[in-house]
Design a protein around this ligand. Structure first.
Ligand code: FAD
Length: 499
């Protein structure tokens, strides 16, 4: 089937998470016909609160804290402003992230809202699109393809439990465990890749295989949501983090979440080294509460008498950073007509909050590249790879480097996060965060990098800024911290484990 600019294409989308739903929305609004195949059952759309009880076995992080950082906000505001408005109406807390003493940057913002509400808003918007069908409760099993006579297979659909879903274009939005990138690599090996170099791969051979398989992030999470009591004075300002505690061997970050019936919710994530058997005790809610109460920065906001838990403690582990580009070692596409979006393409440590930004920006790039290539889907695939590649490479590189840096710090190694030449990633994340407490410019620039608006190079290449920021951070970090402000040392914390 030939498809072209203005011609309605049929698109088969595998997976209805953030990436699949956003793809369907963008493509439908560009005039295409979409079928989304999603394994999990449909949930009711009448009330955002109902989304918390949706059955989402396919998304283990469904109930884990999610913050939409700046790029995700910009993507929604540009491509789906109705979804952004719907989230605000549903109670999402919008953080305007510019420092009060800096020139306001309209892109520097975050939307603090729980993931079920985000999916609910995307699904609700899709429900109004007549050209979208979401087949819930159906499982994708394979790609439908012709091996053809020329090199490079032609993919023309999805084989699912309920039958065949054909498409001029097929989208892999199956999330971080998607088998499709591996399947596509096998097809390219068996039948040849699509002729013509698309991009130079960053990793090849064994390294590409390891990166595709995923590099352990080295952390496990224990999260819990709280509702602030009405008399609690804590209110969102220009930070999407309500409080943070650096234990030295673990960390705690309290995120703003949405408002529910006018009451402010917050979500706490305590991150610990993966495999730390003693800290697994954080699954115990009594222990979790005691850790909060014993940690001054957290206790000030959600300590006894200030907030009430609204969820159990939810653990999450087994996380890996992966990057699975659908190109061969010599830079050619593995198959025709397939686009890989969201976590299926790249997943980084969720502690950095980049996943939804990448997923949304890739999803909304898809209709643009299809429109720009006049029916030549292979050319659109190349354009998509070139447009989405740099951000993915930037975040994957930073994410993995940060994971290793934090691992070293938690293992007790002395690491100077202000030594920006030696530790560029820790400097951007931790050094600039300290500088931001004294220097509004550092706040703005760190926010743009952490929010996926600026690449690492924007900071790494600016030597005068880094020097000034390091000096500001040195002053902040040199301030004496009273004993009463320190989070518990590891032994003191473990002494809190209920017997
Ligand atoms: C603990 C945790 C916290 C996070 N916090 C944040 C955050 O604060 N901010 C942020 O931006 N990102 C965060 N992320 C990342 C974010 O969740 C992901 O980037 C995002 O879910 C990617 O969306 P996706 O659609 O690509 O994948 P998914 O959301 O995983 O969706 C994949 C979909 O495919 C479906 N599926 C799978 N296999 C099949 C099949 N065979 N047939 C049919 N359907 C199938 C699944 O049911 C699912 O609906 C977090 C991740 C984790 C793990």
């Amino acid at each position: 089937m030939v498809a072209g600019r203005g011609i309605r294409m049929r698109v088969a989308v595998a997976g209805g998470g953030i990436a699949g739903l956003a793809c369907a929305l963008g493509l439908a609004r560009a005039g295409h016909e979409i079928v989304v195949v999603e394994r999990d059952p449909a949930g009711a759309l009448d009330d955002p609160r109902g989304a918390f009880s949706w059955e989402r076995a396919g998304v283990p992080q469904f109930q884990q804290p999610h913050v939409l950082v700046s790029l995700a906000c910009r993507e929604l505001r540009v491509h789906a402003p109705d979804v952004y408005a719907c989230l605000l109406e549903a109670g999402a807390t919008e953080i305007l992230g510019s420092h009060p003493d800096a020139v306001a940057d309209p892109d520097l913002r975050a939307l603090c809202v729980r993931r079920p509400v985000l999916e609910w808003a995307l699904r609700r918007a899709l429900a109004d699109e007549e050209s979208v069908t979401v087949r819930h409760g159906d499982t994708v099993r394979n790609l439908a393809y012709d091996d053809g006579s020329a090199p490079g297979v032609n993919v023309w659909g999805l084989i699912t439990d309920a039958g065949l879903v054909t498409g001029d274009v097929v989208v892999d939005a199956l999330g971080r465990t998607s088998p499709m990138p591996g399947l596509l690599a096998d097809l390219a090996r068996a039948y040849g890749a699509v002729p013509g170099e698309v991009l130079v791969p960053r990793f090849t051979g064994r390294a590409a295989y390891e990166v595709a398989r995923g590099i352990p992030c080295g952390m496990a999470y224990y999260s819990r949501y709280y509702r602030l009591r009405p008399a609690n004075p804590a209110r969102p300002g220009h930070h999407f983090v309500a409080a943070a505690a650096d234990f030295g061997y673990a960390s705690g970050v309290l995120f703003w979440a949405e408002k529910e019936a006018g009451e402010q919710l917050v979500g706490l994530v305590i991150s610990v080294p993966a495999g730390d058997q003693e800290l697994k005790a954080l699954r115990d809610e009594d222990f979790y509460d005691r850790v909060v109460a014993a940690t001054p920065a957290l206790a000030r906001v959600i300590g006894p008498g200030l907030a009430d838990p609204v969820t159990p403690v939810r653990p999450m582990g087994g996380l890996r950073a992966s990057w699975r580009r659908p190109v061969t070692d010599d830079g050619r596409l593995t198959a025709r007509n397939v686009f890989t979006v969201g976590d299926a393409l790249c997943h980084t440590n969720p502690a950095y909050g980049w996943g939804a930004s990448l997923a949304l920006s890739q999803a909304f790039t898809l209709p643009a590249v299809l429109a720009g290539h006049d029916g030549d889907v292979v050319a659109a695939q190349g354009a998509y790879a070139r447009r989405t590649g740099p951000l993915v490479e930037d975040r994957f590189g930073s994410g993995v480097a940060l994971d290793r840096g934090i691992e070293r710090i938690w293992a007790g190694e002395e690491v100077d996060v202000l030594a920006y030449t030696m530790e560029p990633d820790l400097f951007r994340m931790r050094g600039l965060s300290a500088a931001a407490q004294a220097a509004p410019l550092a706040h703005q620039r760190q926010g743009r990098w952490a929010g996926c608006l600026d690449p690492a190079a924007a900071i790494d290449a600016d030597e005068p800024f880094r020097t000034d920021a390091a000096a500001a951070a040195r002053v902040v970090r040199g301030r004496p911290r009273p004993e009463s402000e320190r989070p518990p040392a590891r032994d003191d914390l473990l002494a809190l484990v209920p017997s």
